[in-house]
Ligand binder design. Structure first.
Ligand code: NAP
Length: 259
């Protein structure tokens, strides 16, 4: 194992958008720390495929909403790789019951906020402190944090209000961390996907197929995890300069207002 290779932690990196991000960062030459909640056995083939691109890909199982799991994940990354250069906060859940906000309950609210907001916020806090320490000991260190939010943070869906609110909040978390970490040269970005084909959207595929067919998006297709991965790769490569705190919307023009 070489400590020369940059390391990226991608939460929820073994499927969907997270896997798309992992594949794009593998191409960029990153060693990959892949997090998720499933058994390691369930993600073996994805990890093997990532390693075929020539990089290490190691699975760190843990629930981002759990303080003990977050600490364990970072300790294991430190002992395995000795460094962490990029954090991609991607893990997330949709509203479990997708209930109308007139009926939605507190347990769904708590669960969605724990995974989609509390987890990434405090994971960023811990990673930021580690990045600041790394910067102190290695002048060439350049960290980067990317939060995967959603157009649901700006487009209201009344049958999953908790999800929408959690995504609006992670947008503010991105701005807060951009403001706090700028003095350390660590940029923080928000990547805001639209409709992306994944397990999360599989149950609503037919409904959105129809809407896309009727012109919901300017680009008449679903987005792919690779569309989002390419945006993240561009950011961590440093191609977008003098722009910390910025939002990249990857939605095929869904939120472009038309008259
Ligand atoms: P997905 O296919 O359902 O995958 C979600 C990933 O998050 C999985 O890898 C899952 O781990 C992981 N995860 C869930 N809860 C976790 C927890 N408590 N701790 C650690 N990992 C956890 O979803 P996706 O569509 O790829 O979505 C990824 C992110 O993009 C989410 O934040 C989502 O809100 C956002 N997003 C998605 C869309 C879309 O259209 N799909 C649009 C906008 C934004 P396991 O694999 O181990 O189960």
């Amino acid at each position: 194992m070489s400590r020369d290779r940059k390391v990226a932690l991608i939460t929820g990196g073994s499927r969907g958008i997270g896997l798309g991000v992992a594949q794009c960062l593998a191409v960029e030459g990153y060693a990959l720390a892949i997090n998720g909640v499933r058994e390691p056995l369930a993600v073996e083939s994805e990890l093997a495929a990532l390693e075929k691109k020539g990089n290490e890909a190691v699975y760190f199982r843990g629930d981002v909403s759990s303080p003990a799991d977050r600490q364990a994940i970072l300790e294991q990354i430190e002992s395995r790789f000795g460094r962490l250069d990029v954090l991609v906060n991607n893990a997330g859940i949709t509203s479990p019951a997708r209930k109308d906000i007139l009926e939605a309950g507190e347990s769904s609210f708590d669960e969605v906020f724990s995974v989609n907001l509390k987890g990434p916020f405090f994971l960023t806090q811990a990673v930021a402190k580690w990045m600041i320490r790394q910067r102190g000991s290695r002048p060439d260190f350049s960290g980067c944090v990317v939060n995967i939010s959603s157009i649901s943070g700006v487009v209201a869906s009344t049958h999953r209000g908790d999800y929408c609110m959690s995504k609006a909040a992670i947008a503010m978390a991105s701005k807060l961390w951009a403001a706090r970490l700028a003095e350390f040269g660590i940029p923080v970005y928000e990547v805001r996907p639209g409709l992306i084909e994944s397990d999360m959207t599989a149950p609503v595929k037919a409904r959105y197929d129809k809407l896309i067919g009727e012109g919901l998006t300017l680009e008449p297709r679903w987005g792919t995890p690779t569309d989002v991965g390419k945006a993240v790769a561009m950011l961590v490569r440093g191609d977008l300069t003098y722009a910390t705190g910025q939002v990249l919307t990857i939605d095929g023009g869904l939120t472009a207002q038309r008259l």
